[in-house]
Each structure stands twice: as C-alpha cells, then as structure tokens.
Design a protein around this ligand. Structure first.
Ligand code: FSX
Length: 388
C-alpha cells in the first residue's frame, strides 16, 4: 500500500506519497526553483503547519475565486485540506451570517501578526467605502481591520492589484488597488504580492500560496510586486504565434486567410508585447490561452487594464519590427503574392533555389510587379526560413 502524507489536523491520510511528490515536482518547475529545491519544497510542505488565511472579496466579479477552483498544481483540495486553514472566504466557506463573521474575528485575534490576508477585487472609496459593504460593514474599515492583523497580503487579480475592471473610466466608485491604498496611507502597509490577471492564471495563485506555506516568505518580485517566476516574461515572448511574428505574417482581420492559418494578431490589437503574464506559459485549464483561441491578448495583467489602449487598437508606435532575417521577404509575400498563392509559404510549390531564375525569366505573366535583386533575395530567404 502506498505511504500517505497526513495533514497535521486531520487523522485521515489525504494524499499518496507518489501524488504528493509529483505535485511538488510540478510546483518546483512552475516556480522555476533551482535544482535541488524541489526536495526542499517537498520537505517543507510535508512538515509546514497549515497557514491561517483570511480571504476578502471586495469589488469584483468572482472570476478570481472561480479561477482558483480550477487550479491543478496544487489543486484547491490540496491547498484547503493540506496546507492552508482558509478561515474566511465569502464564496467558499460553509459558514454564513453571524457565525462566519465571528469566525473571521476569532482568526484575526488568534493569529494576529501571523496570518496571510488574500484580497480579490478593488476597494471602492466613494461614499466612505459604502459602495462595498460586507455584513453591514464598509469595505474600507474591514480591509483596515484585516491588514492590521496580517503578516503579509496577496492581491489576487487585476482589480485588487491595480484597480482593474472595477476602476475602469469613469470609475464612479473611486475603486483602487491595494498598493495605492497603502501608498496613500488609507490602510496599514504590509508586504504585498500582486497576482494580476483578469482573472489570474489558477496555477499562479495556487503556486504562490504553496510557496508561502513551504518557505515562510514570498517569491522574488518585480517592481510591480509580481512574482518574477510568473511575470518575468511578456506574453509575446512565449506566444505560440511568435514564429509568425518573426516571419512577418500578420492577420489583418479576424476572418482572413492569415487568421485562419494562426498568424500573429498584433495588427488586431494584441497587447502581448507589453503584457507580463504566465498565460502563454501555463495554459488555462491545461487547454490553451486567448491567442490559441484566435483572440489577441487584451493586456489584462497590466496596470491600466481595462482602459489602456482599447481592446482592438494596435499598440501605439506601430508594429514592432523583428530583426530576424526574412522580414522583408515576408512583407513582400504577404503584401503581394498571397493574392494568388497559398497564404502559408510552406505550400509554395517552387523550390526556393529556383525562384530567382523563374522571376527573372519573365515567364510568370500574371505578376503585376517587378522585384529588384535585393527584393528577390529577401523573398528567397523568406521561403528558405519558412521551410526550416
Ligand atoms: Fe477583477 Fe476578480 Fe477580473 Fe473578476 O476577484 S480581476 S473583474 S476576473 O473577479 O477582481
């Protein structure tokens, strides 16, 4: 029979040893831990006491919590039964009414200075916090109370991190993210980790919670308090369409041949080059991400989302031009040739080495344009690149 890891507060075995080690290996890889730290992670998670957590949901759409429920590495069950003591969470808790509020107050008192606060949703300041009340109490005073007792806080989602959808213009409720509230002295300042995204990737939320439990600290952060392991690269750098970008193949409309062939969506407003998030690396529900579903990145994890840039407006300053060889040829092919030839250059029948001779021979009567020597070289190079 497989050995089991027992949760400190539950007598029943929760997870088989094999499943537990597999979880730790996935977690270590998600968190980009150095070699050898997977073992340390496993040992820490096995021995760590459950971390008391109070989770506040403020002005939000519940997408962030829904996202958490879809985490697989670790799963919500792992988090709740093995590593966290989630003592207060409006949506997930069984308790309701006075009992729920009394439970939260007990946790705040019993674990003052040691508990982890998680917040999703922005805090609306208008009407003295009255735009968001919980059990008759305004959001601002509740947030102050919880932060006073917290050792650190994780802002889950773009709303909690930067204001997000809740703060979209004209922001009638004066919604603000946690960093702004702290910098304005409206709530107690505590070490803050932002996990933006609307909603954030499930594995990002779960992995950061597990990291905090295992190591007693937060992972390395960037200037926007985002974990570097998940927000260190842009969506563009990991995008499955990047090869098309490098080859200069851009969809111009949502239903043209390029869009159907999976080309780069920059000209349709993709914000991937300016957006740091893990969704191109860790696929949603293990299935895909917006770009793989034919939709440009909306930049949902960046400060200023929802208003910044407009959903389908190409990035200002034009399309970033790749330095890769073959771009000029790609421009020529997709600007001219695809009106008669297949949009995918791999299906172009003439071998690259024969193209220059064919063009110079004048035998292709349908061509309405003439290429000079440099353009011909670029086109040939593009075909060669496409076949590699
Ligand atoms: Fe905002 Fe989250 Fe978008 Fe929704 O809690 S980040 S609107 S997915 O639910 O706050």
């Amino acid at each position: 029979m497989a050995k089991s890891i027992s949760c400190p507060t539950y007598a029943a075995p929760m997870t088989s040893r094999r499943a537990f080690l597999k979880q730790c290996a996935i977690l270590a890889s998600l968190l980009a831990l150095p070699t050898g730290e997977a073992t340390l992670l496993a040992a820490s998670l096995r021995d760590a006491p459950r971390l008391p957590v109070v989770w506040l949901s403020l002005q939000e759409c519940t997408g962030c919590t829904e996202s958490l429920t879809r985490a697989t590495a670790p799963s919500l069950e792992n988090l709740l039964f093995d590593w966290l003591s989630l003592d207060y969470h409006h949506t997930l808790q069984a308790a309701s009414g006075y009992a729920a509020e009394a439970g939260r107050e007990r946790t705040l008192a019993d674990h003052a200075g040691k508990l982890l606060l998680v917040v999703d949703g922005a805090l609306p300041l208008a009407l003295s916090g009255g735009c968001c009340t919980i059990a008759g109490r305004d959001g601002l005073s509740l947030l102050r109370r919880c932060l006073t007792a917290a050792e650190s806080v994780i802002a889950v989602g773009s709303c909690a991190s930067f204001g997000g959808l809740a703060a979209a213009a004209p922001n009638p409720t004066d919604a603000q993210g946690l960093a702004v509230l702290m910098s304005r002295g409206l709530v107690p300042a505590r070490p803050l980790v932002n996990l933006p995204g609307c909603p954030p990737v499930p594995e990002v939320i779960a992995a950061v919670l597990a990291y905090r439990v295992a190591f007693g600290r937060m992972p390395d952060l960037d200037d926007n308090q985002r974990p570097v392991a998940f927000y260190g690269e842009t969506v563009h750098e990991r995008c499955s369409r990047r090869g098309h970008f490098q080859a200069g193949r851009f969809a111009r409309t949502f239903d043209d041949a390029g869009a159907r062939a999976g080309w780069c969506l920059l000209k349709l407003g993709c914000k991937g080059p300016e957006t740091r998030n893990a969704c191109a690396l860790v696929r949603w529900n293990g299935v895909g991400n917006p770009m793989e579903s034919g939709h440009p990145c909306l930049g949902c994890a960046e400060p200023g989302f929802w208003d910044r840039g407009g959903f389908y407006t190409p990035l200002p300053g034009g399309i970033p031009v790749s330095e890769e060889p073959g771009d000029k040829g790609a421009e020529l092919y997709h600007g001219q040739c695809i009106y008669c030839h297949d949009a995918d250059p791999i299906r172009f029948k003439t071998p690259p080495d024969d193209i220059a001779t064919l063009l110079e021979s004048g035998k292709v009567r349908a061509h309405r344009f003439k290429l000079d020597a440099e353009e011909t070289r670029a086109l040939v190079e593009y075909f060669r690149e496409s076949r590699r």
